[in-house]
Design a protein around this ligand. Structure first.
Ligand code: UD1
Length: 430
């Protein structure tokens, strides 16, 4: 089974290009089927999640033409089924965006109950509530969510929790509904705005994305567009923390610094220098990191998808830090793995109390989910000796060429498949 083999100790130094945002791409790819005309998407990340979604779309007759690794043409004129198979959906969470997209276009869709990372219970009640407010009947039976409507008509929806997924799904279902839809307590994440911009470029009428009230006036139909996906805030943040943890000097390029503000602010707080330019951010960590407190919150707060990465950094800081996870209930599963590397962390309900240690030591560990997996890679890069990480398929769901990009910054990391490969790696890195 493939693993990452890492020899820690090298500070990461140099520049890294950030790809398109996975979580924006997933919604935008699904939304592309909402017109019969051809849509061109640029800056699409070539990661497992987007590829599985494209396969799921092909399985119902969507024509996908890969122009190059990051550019795709999509045509949804010949969709021949509205049922998305459980096999695809089990592998990704975002398959459920096809529910909103197909319901919006055909007034009917059936999608298997979503999978994705196991980071706690992940209900979809707000998605269902939104679809119902637009006049759809929604039924869950035999592992499928079925949504159907005679007519979709605008509705007023107050989200009980701030949810990215439900905000985007209801937005898609509402764009061609009759009349006006208002989503209150909407998520404000950059990918919500990106989806709204994309849909507007196809002729939708969505206002207020990026604030907590989104207003959608239904239009009759959507048309062709060419659209470039925004840079990935979490990929960028992961490299920024990799610089901090290895006491390096890394410039993340092709980013929107505004989207990284909560991440930059924490890095400054723990003693890094952060320099912003128009589309790049440089992180320099010259000394041992300071402790701090952090709580994950919806955007513009500190992202839950960066929680494991900051915890890895605080594990090496001076003093005691507190990390509070307020979005997902089971997002500390990496702590046991990090403890095997020498971290001193105690978890009490949704809080991790971290006593900074002087160093991590290499160990054989397992990635429990996507972001925690990436955080453990960073820990390995800073650790003394060799770390091996299993279950890298999780990491590949959301990071394109992760080992390659890290190697370009001076990291010693490779994918190994057998014990022999691992021995060779060990000999090579000495
Ligand atoms: C998306 C991201 C994920 C990120 C998360 C929060 C994708 C594919 N995934 O996940 O990487 O960690 O946003 O930024 O884009 N909730 C409900 N009912 C619902 C929906 C959500 O109670 O119907 C709750 C969830 O349990 C969670 C909170 O709302 O506590 C936020 O979830 P949500 O923003 O929907 O996350 P996802 O869209 O699943």
């Amino acid at each position: 089974m493939e693993q990452y083999a890492i020899k820690g100790g090298n500070p990461l130094v140099g520049e890294v290009e950030i790809g398109g945002a996975k979580n924006a791409a997933l919604a935008i790819l699904a939304a592309s089927v909402m017109t019969d005309e051809t849509v061109l998407i640029e800056n699409m990340p070539d990661v497992r999640d987007t590829n599985v979604l494209l396969q799921a779309m092909e399985s119902i007759g969507v024509i996908i033409e890969r122009i190059d690794r990051h550019t795709v043409k999509i045509n949804g004129a010949h969709i021949n089924g509205l049922v998305i198979d459980g096999d695809y959906i089990k592998r990704i969470r975002a398959g459920y965006y096809l529910l909103g997209a197909l319901l919006g276009k055909y007034k009917k869709a059936e999608v298997a109950f979503p999978g994705g990372c196991n980071i706690g219970s992940r209900p979809i009640d707000q998605h269902i509530k939104g679809f119902k407010a637009l006049g759809a009947d929604v039924d869950i039976a035999h592992g499928l969510i079925k949504a159907e409507a005679e007519h979709l008509r605008g509705g007023h929806i107050y989200m009980d929790v701030v949810t990215v997924g439900a905000t985007m799904n209801v937005m898609m279902a509402a764009v061609m509904a009759e009349g006006q839809t208002i989503i209150e307590n909407a998520a404000k994440e950059p990918h919500v705005v990106d989806l709204a911009n994309f849909l507007n470029s196809m002729g939708a009428n969505i206002r207020g994305a990026g604030t907590d009230v989104i207003r959608i006036k239904g239009v009759q139909k959507l048309h062709s567009t060419e659209y470039t996906i925004i840079p990935d805030q979490i990929e960028a943040g992961t490299f920024m923390f990799a610089a901090a943890v290895t006491r390096g000097d890394v410039t993340v390029k092709n980013v929107i610094p505004k989207h990284l503000e909560s991440i930059s602010a924490k890095l400054i707080e723990i003693g890094c220098e952060v320099e912003e330019s128009d589309d790049a951010v440089r992180v320099v960590a010259a000394k041992r990191l300071n402790h701090t407190q952090v709580k994950t919150l919806p955007y513009p707060g500190f992202p839950t998808d960066m929680q494991p990465q900051i915890a890895v950094a605080l594990g090496l800081s001076s003093g005691t830090s507190i990390v509070t996870e307020s979005i997902f209930e089971n997002r500390f599963k990496y702590v046991d793995e990090l403890t095997r590397m020498g971290a001193s962390i105690k978890v009490e309900s949704n809080t991790a109390i971290i006593d900074g240690v002087d160093r991590y030591t290499g160990a054989s560990i397992t990635a429990p989910d996507l972001r925690a997996g990436a955080a453990l890679v960073i820990a390995g890069l800073a650790a003394e000796g060799i770390t091996t990480i299993d279950e890298i398929r999780y990491i590949e769901r959301g990071y394109e060429d992760f080992p390659l990009k890290l190697r370009m910054l001076g990291a010693q990391i490779e994918v190994v498949d057998t014990e022999k490969d691992l021995q060779k790696f060990k000999l090579r890195v000495g």
